[in-house]
Ligand binder design. Structure first.
Ligand code: BDR
Ligand code: CA
Length: 319
């Protein structure tokens, strides 16, 4: 099994990702750290605890982290995730409580206490991760790799070129990429492609399986949003795809590429991915010296990864 810490801003698709991480036997979910992003921090924590209830998860520690990005004020994503961050699907209130210690302390402890290196999966602005790596640099050598949903080698969503998680806290993303910890980018190039068909989402939402009803309602929210927004949101499993990539890495094609986070001007928050055949040779600059080497997911077998998602949730036979 893969020991995993999730960093989330739950978030409709973060909720789907948590469900997969809890349910898949190949993942040992050690804990969840929360950060402001899709919703304000207190809402993110509450949503996360409610989702763990819906998954009938054992006692998994959850901690609150940064309430805002390193430099900028927080910005709302309620147009995508609804006023409550969960698309208004009204999960029942929870008895679970967040840890007293904050997210940075929880991550530090879980990483250092675990006998083998831990995989960090960041599905949100990377503020918590940046604070962790700056405050406790000794954890870096105990992190197997950081898999992050964020960035894009092509089009953006928060701006023409920037993806929301990186755009929300570009400095944090830059710190993480420059940390020396191996990184894997599950960006919009693949994120925007893995979806569940409308009919299936609808039948799950109105079916007999309790977990299936939650999953169907969450996916249904994405579909409802897409009606007056962009088709890109249609039935997407979103952040859950990054967790599925841990389970079935062969469903994606990745390349080790030089990447930098743009911090200034109109392109602030863009991940510049050097896709040239021989990066830097033409101008005599060796990007490897100045740019972080990131394993970038550039292509995905959509049906295969969607299958991993349904399988993990025990919904593969549903129709
Ligand atoms: C990212 O932003 C949020 O809306 C999603 O949860 C995902 O993490 C996509 O840009
Ligand atoms: Ca998210």
């Amino acid at each position: 099994t893969i020991p995993v810490i999730l960093d989330v801003d739950t978030g409709v698709d973060d909720a789907l990702a948590i469900l997969v991480a809890v349910r898949h036997p190949g993942i040992d979910l050690l804990g969840i750290s929360c950060v402001a992003g899709n919703a304000p921090l207190a809402q993110v924590v509450d949503n996360t605890l409610r989702v763990l209830d819906a998954a009938e998860a054992p006692d998994i520690p959850v901690a609150a982290g940064a309430a805002r990005p390193l430099l900028e004020p927080p910005r709302s994503a309620s147009h995508v995730h609804g006023a409550d961050g969960l698309g208004g699907i009204a999960l029942p209130p929870t008895e679970r409580r967040a840890e007293q210690a904050g997210a940075v302390e929880l991550m530090r402890r879980l990483i250092l206490e675990h006998p083998t290196p831990v995989t960090l999966v960041a599905l949100a602005p990377q503020t918590n991760l940046a604070l962790l790596l700056r405050t406790h640099p000794e954890v870096a050598g105990r992190i197997e790799r950081i898999v992050f949903m964020g960035g894009s080698a092509s089009v953006g969503n928060a701006s023409a070129v920037a993806e929301f998680n990186v755009w929300h806290d570009p400095e944090a993303a830059a710190i993480v990429l420059d940390s020396g910890v191996p990184t894997y980018m599950y960006g919009l190039d693949v994120f925007n492609r893995v979806a569940i068909e409308h009919e299936l989402a609808h039948s799950l939402e109105h079916g007999d399986d309790a977990l299936g009803r939650v999953v169907g309602a969450l996916l249904g929210h994405r579909i409802a949003v897409s009606a007056d927004e962009s088709a890109e949101y249609t039935g997407l499993i979103g952040d859950a795809g990054a967790v599925c990539s841990l389970i079935d890495p062969g469903a994606l094609r990745t390349e080790l590429r030089p990447v930098r986070v743009e911090l200034a001007g109109y392109a602030r928050g863009q991940t510049l991915v050097d896709l040239r055949k021989h990066p830097g040779q033409e101008i005599g600059l060796t990007p490897a010296d100045e740019w972080a080497g990131v394993e970038v997911a550039l292509d995905v077998d959509e049906a295969r990864l969607a299958g991993v998602f349904l399988d993990a949730l025990g919904l593969a036979g549903s129709s």
